[in-house]
Write a protein that binds this ligand. Structure first.
Ligand code: UTP
Length: 281
């Protein structure tokens, strides 16, 4: 299966940090956000990845490319570990790029992947959303997809105050972790939300989605919403993902993800714990 990573958005919630750099390149602890996303696809068994970029996103391409000057310099100064790490980034997967010319929304971004996915089911991983789990989120989703062979999306239960930030589903629970989705609504108010189950940024989609995207009118924020296109599919499943998800486009979530991931790093966790304890005293 191929993966598609949309990363062309403007990132207005994170201005001014995203004025001259992509939000997908913001570091979470010690790596850019999009590297976690690519690593999730790779550890789910995917080695063909299409990244959807746009104006001002060149640094994403540079990040996954070879950097001969840097490699030469690391080699000459004997920094073997760093050298291996840098080389590994450019060898992780076959990465392709397509540009979304105008930021008309996630649905529009996905439609630029049509030729690349070439009539096959494909995984979508939002470039500004990272997950942490024992089994990679996309792998969990692929396992559920293979049971139904219909479009399947990761969902998570969110507290009331977060409902209006997400696409929310209405569905029938058919097993412990799986819902058959009847409807979905993008960023509803709490009163209008059909549940607390939110669409979280990982999808397996059938190629029929491209025709459905073509037929949707601009929705919330005047954008072509992927949620609106998915609403018109005849069969969609929601899988309650077992793990943690962080939307990096939200400043507090970004900060939380950096702290939580740093707290799992053997080199820094003790110092950070001590610092946090003292800070909160
Ligand atoms: P968001 O919904 O977070 O939108 O996109 P955004 O425009 O990037 O950010 P804000 O809301 O202005 O702060 C979710 C994912 O979809 C991509 C983004 O890059 C992000 O990874 N996206 C969004 C596109 O590729 N194209 C778009 O037109 C919109």
């Amino acid at each position: 299966m191929k993966a598609v990573i949309p990363a062309a958005g403007l990132g207005t919630r994170f201005l001014p940090a995203t004025k001259a750099q992509p939000k997908e390149m913001l570091p979470v602890f010690n790596k850019p956000t999009i590297q976690y996303v690519v690593e999730e696809a790779v550890s789910s068994g995917i080695d063909d990845i299409l990244i959807i970029t746009g104006k001002g996103k060149r640094s994403i391409e540079d990040h996954f490319d070879r950097s001969f000057e840097l490699e030469y310099s690391l080699q000459n100064s004997g920094k073997t570990e760093s050298l291996q790490e840098i080389e590994a980034i450019s060898e992780m997967a076959d990465i392709y790029y397509v540009r979304q010319k105008k930021q008309k929304g996630l649905g529009d971004a996905i439609s630029t992947a049509k030729n690349h996915v070439d009539g096959e089911p494909f995984a979508v991983l939002l470039g500004d959303t990272i997950t942490q789990s024992r089994i990679p989120c996309t792998k969990q989703l692929m396992n559920t997809f293979h049971k139904h062979e219909a479009s399947t999306i990761a969902i998570e239960r969110v507290p009331d105050e977060k409902v209006e930030r997400y696409g929310i589903i209405k569905g029938n629970q058919i097993s412990e972790y799986v819902y058959r989705i009847e409807d979905m609504v993008e960023k509803p108010s709490l009163e209008k939300a059909p549940s607390n189950l939110a669409i979280t940024g990982r999808y397996i989609l059938l190629p029929e989605i491209f025709d459905h995207i073509k037929n949707v009118e601009p929705g919330v924020g005047g954008e072509i919403q992927l949620t609106d296109a998915m609403r018109t599919l005849s069969e969609v499943y929601g899988y309650v993902f077992d793990g943690k998800i962080y939307d990096i486009g939200n400043t507090v979530e970004w900060l939380k993800s950096s702290i939580e991931i740093a707290l799992t790093d053997d080199l820094v966790k003790d110092e950070l714990k001590q610092y946090l304890k003292e800070l909160l005293k």
